[in-house]
Design a protein around this ligand. Sequence first.
Ligand code: GCW
Length: 720
Amino acid sequence: MSRFFAAAFLLLLVVPARAEDGYNLWLRYRPMEASAQAQYRPVATDIVSEGTSPSLDAAKSELTRGLSGLLDKPVSAGAVAEGAVIIGTPASSPLVAGLKLPLTGLGREGYLIRSTSLVGRAVTVIAANSDIGVLYGSFAFLRLIQTRQSVAHLDIASAPRLKLRLLNHWDNLDGTIERGYAGHSIFDWQKMPDYMDPRYTMMARADASVGINGISVNNVSADVWMLSSLYLDKLAALADVLRPYGIRVYVAARFSAPIELGKLKTADPNDPQVQAWWQKEVDGIYRRIPDFGGFVVKANSEGQPGPRDYNRTQAEGANVIADAVAPHGGTVFWRAFVYSEKDPTDRAKQAYNEFKPLDGKFRDNVFVQTKNGAIDFQPREPAHPMFGAMPKTNLALEVQLTKEYLGQTTHLVYLPVLFKEVLDWDTMAKGKGSTVAKVIDGSLEGHDQSAMVGVSNIGDDRNWTGAQFSQADWYGFGRLAWDPDLSADGIAREWLGMTFTNDPAFVNQIVPLMIASREAVVDYMTPLGLHHQFATSHHYGPGPWVSDLSRPEWNPVYYNRADAKGLGFDRTPTGSDATSQYAPPLAKLFAGPNIPDRYLTWFQHVAWDHKMKSGRTLWDEMIAHYDTGIAAVAQMRKTWAAMKPYVDDQRWSQTAAFLAVQQKEAQWWRDACIAYFQTFSHMPMPTGHAPPPHDLAYYEAIYFPNVPGAGPHKPNDPIE
Ligand code: GCW
């Protein structure tokens, strides 16, 4: 018996109280190794916050939680002792005011962290012009310690390059999430406003820690109920929870709401009754939520109502709502993801064709929210041609964090590499250096407004994003929206250090793994410019053969254009001429022989035996890419297998299992695509590359009735 108790006691000593399940994201604050604790303890003795406000209190409690966790000792709010951390604004803190710090250039959200001395004591000051800047600075200070950087002689000033840094949740009011792969919606509307799940606060902390300052809470394919007083009361309670963290709430609005909610006969934006309805609706929202952010609107796209239904322009549609929110300081994000099955034009051209003539017609408080590419969040797309082509319009960049076209939950693909590719893309609109980052931060055309938007990957899974490594996409999105000049590499390093360990033996292996993961998915899914080769509706797995959907531009064959001659969509002047939507040097490059391989079949129809830069034929090159992608995933698995000593069992095992799925599915992608394309090329497999193990019919027959994020299985769907 006593031996039993001794064993149990021993177990209690060695087994950590709670397994690492990923819930605490990059804000784990686990005790550091002893040597690091010794290094940091003298600089974090007390926290001094003279003022009090919800945001200052959030900063103070974050620092208390963080420092006492990391340093494994109580850190209290106290006096100005040696090593104290003093936080505040000149308005809230006489100590901070007395230091006369150079805060003017930091704007409302920037912060300054400085090592200095006060009453003869060495202290660290975290100062800003507003309480929310202090909170951002506190997270930055913690990040330095979490990533084991020296905090002895700090002089850091940081302000966000983009003013609005938003997540769009595509959550339906019934709790499902469109393209959500991390469980159900975390918004439990049914229980709001009486019960506010503590997860909202945790989410707000995580968002604020990377500078995200707004969220839209519902699917852009919007349910009109979100605008009803029933839901707005709930939203007001959510806004109260998020406000201390600097997060404003936004709503996806349904354009036809004046009909459905207002009982009007029309939603025509030029109708005075419609204008009055929006004004009244918006005034009601601001009465409940004085700092309501505004709306995101998906109009005339994929069945959604919009101004075109009344022969009005997208600008007229956006402006009626913009005028209603303008007096309250609100913003409208009007999506450029507009295309129509009735328009025979190449889908890649439609948004530009519709929006470019409207340049200068949108109100100042409107952003045209433009996806990174002209089609739809593919593993790789050339940047959307609207970037650089709308100088008189505020353009916001929209990227997708949830991995709709990137293997969904189980594929490890580190998205900041993709985000950087588009941010660094040179539109050449005003000569060399006219990057997308400069378009969206407003500097290229001298706009005051600036925004970047990410489609959220958050759900109610315990680890928030379904897979541990998908947390890095949330983290990286926020960091890049704050500063698009950060490197994907540096962000990975930070995130790994905060999320797993700073041990170089781990970090130096896993940073390259993360960086390589993006090219791997391009290679095994859609190499050489291929795009939209996904299975119908749920987009899980390959479907290059699909040709039976009612809307032509939803069929993968529309994009690959495989035929006896070759592969690819001719978008040169002899084809759809989409190339001419880019600035002349790019248009010429994409239509000519020097086009980079990675965009080849996006812009050109290429003969199967076309000689590539490598000297191989297109066919051989394509197969080499598929196999390179699979080999890269095999390498990722091997690397991860060797990391077991550095990672807790729960997070290590899940990641290892997911990587095995990824490898299996990479093979599936390659085999299915080769089996299909070979029916056109009739070319043999190059030496050393195995043929697909099954015939095409086998791959075509693979069918999944229920894949997360794609809505319910419909009774008429085929069952096999
Ligand atoms: O990528 C496509 C998705 C749709 C989504 C749409 C959009 C919300 O397949 O599920 O709808 O884009 O961005 O509006």
